[in-house]
Structures are given as structure tokens and as C-alpha cells.
Ligand binder design. Sequence first.
Ligand code: SF4
Length: 263
Amino acid sequence: MVVPPGSGWPGDLAKASTPVATSAPDVGRLAGNAPSLDHLTARVTVCRACPRLVAWREASAADKRAAFKDEPYWGRPVPGWGDPRAAIAIVGLAPAAHGGNRTGRIFTGDRSGDWLFAALHRAGFARHPTSIRADDGQRLTGVRITAAVHCAPPDNRPTPAERDACQPWLERELGFLHSTLRVIITLGGFAWASTWPVLRALGYDVPAPRPEFGHLAEVVVPGGLLVLGSYHPSQQNTFTGKLTEPMLDAVFARAADHAERWH
Ligand code: SF4
């Protein structure tokens, strides 16, 4: 059982009448002609263009983790979320099956989100240091969080075709932020690699070959937009110490500094 559009889930902008993409060309068309960021967000949340991911997100919602057995699962694509006039966009990989796919909000309800929101709070971008549920009162200022792929994939691994199918949603979302956007933070190598074609499609003069990903790797593209790499706050990285709190804080300090200097 997944949450039907318009049934009262906090922050669900979709209605029964929201157009549904059922193929990659549909995604391109419905993203391209979305009249506003809210319309785009609503359309993302009802997308069914990738059969494998539709099956996986809905199967994950039916096969609940024991700790959440009494909770409803969102089970739909998880849209970008945060400040519609953000200076900083954070691009992740994809929602977690029992995190965003459960709560309906990106990086909400899992360990990666605990790390990310704690760092956002320390940096002054998030009202609370935790992100637990869609109705927890969390609020982002100056930051929007999104993902290269909006549906939870098996093993956290979308296929190249799924990534490409989802790209127009990200293109249009970043396009709506264009007038305020100063920094894109990519969490992990997948998001880093996925962001460059999006920027090229939006008309940015991006470097070729693609710059190498690393923690605090950065490129300022002509016009001044900073693309900043960060290790993903996955449990694999945080448990092993590959990513520490000071390392993540350094990412947000660099992003804030660049966003402020722009003015
Ligand atoms: Fe649609 Fe993206 Fe989900 Fe594919 S991954 S079904 S394009 S929202």
C-alpha cells in the first residue's frame, strides 16, 4: 500500500488530477512544461517511468522493516524539498528504501539524514538537527535538497537508463532555482557525475573532460556557480571514518562562504 496523491500526507502537493509520466519521454515533456516548482514537485511524486524502480519502491513499502511495521510508507518518488529560493542545492543519489521512501521526504528517517541534517543545523541552514518525519517541523533556509534519481533503487544502484530517465526532473528543478542558486553540493560520486550533464543541458559551460570527484573537490563554472563535491554521509562512510563531522562541516562552510561572496 502506498500513499495515494492528495490523501493528506504532509507536504504532498499532488492531486488525483496531477499528470503521470509513464515513460522517459513523458518525464521530459512533463518536467519541461511544468509551470512552477510546486507543479514540478507534484509531478515528480506520481512518476512511473521506470518499471524496475516503481516495483522496488512499492515492494519496499509493502515489505516494511520491523522497526516501522506500524507506520504507513510513502512508497512514491521522493521530490526535492527545501527553500524555493535556495542559494545552495544539495544533490544526493536516491532515496533510501526505508528512509525517504517511507517518510516521503528526502534524507528523512535514516542515518544518512541524521548526519546531513545535524551538519545543516550546525551551519545554520536547518531549524532542527534531526529530520524524522514529513510533519516534524523541520525547515531549511537557503538550502534545497534533491537527488539525481527520485525513486529508491535496489542496492542503492540505479541503472544508467534510470538515471537518464530521471534527469529532466533535476534539470527543471535546478532551472527554477536559477536566479538564486550559487552552489551545488553533490553527495558522492554518482551525484557528482549526474550533475554535469544536467548543468550542460541548462546551458552552463561545463568543463570537459568531467572533473574528478573528491571530498571538497570544486569547480566554479563560468558565471560563478560553484560545484562542490562531498563524500556521501552513508553509514559505510561515517562508520568507517571516511567522512567525519568536521569534514562535512567544511563542505557547508565552503558553500556558505561562496554564496555570501557572490553578492
Ligand atoms: Fe520517475 Fe525518476 Fe522514479 Fe524513474 S526514478 S520512476 S524517472 S521519478
